[in-house]
Write a new protein. Structure first.
Length: 169
């Protein structure tokens, strides 16, 4: 049980830190968007790169934010009744519904891995004028999905531990 708990804590630490680091990408995203606004509307000289960079920054924020949100229980849930339940009952419900999380993440991982591999083989580029490579981003997306999956497993194990050790109040 101790090794299991340590593994769960490591995954949670990784989800928390990578999600926090990814959130700092909002700063360059906003600066680039503001720069593009100024260039486009004040100087009538839009850039060819700002949109592509912001898409890639936002993608990294989203994929690493998924595991972060799941770790901090900020994901979508009908919380009106759930929050009133005892912690052990919440854990039981989370274990039951975690099958949907795993099914979704495994499906996403399979299809996006195929997409990322194809993009890598053909050295895929964006369809924009600037045409930056997209295959590195697709590899990063894979890492984010794997981290989300690991966080899902960690949440599942944490809930199992709660079920086994928590006392109903």
């Amino acid at each position: 049980m101790d090794k299991l708990n340590k593994w769960v804590k490591r995954v949670e630490f990784l989800s928390d830190k990578l999600g926090t680091l990814a959130s700092f990408l909002l700063i360059p995203l906003m600066i680039i968007a503001f720069f593009e606004f100024i260039a486009r509307y004040l100087f009538n000289s839009p850039t060819i790169w700002a949109w592509d960079i912001n898409i890639q920054l936002f993608a990294v924020i989203v994929v690493f934010g998924g595991a972060y949100n799941y770790y901090h229980n900020m994901h979508v849930r009908v919380d009106v009744l759930f929050s009133l339940l005892p912690r052990r009952t919440q854990a039981i419900m989370d274990v039951i519904t975690s099958g949907l999380v795993f099914l979704t993440l495994f499906t996403l991982l399979i299809f996006s891995t195929q997409e990322a591999w194809t993009a890598f083989l053909i050295r895929e580029r964006s369809n924009s004028v600037w045409a930056p490579p997209t295959y590195p981003l697709k590899a990063v997306i894979q890492l984010g999905i794997v981290l989300f999956l690991l966080q899902g497993i960690a949440n599942f194990l944490r809930n199992i531990l709660v079920i086994l050790h928590a006392k109903e109040k």
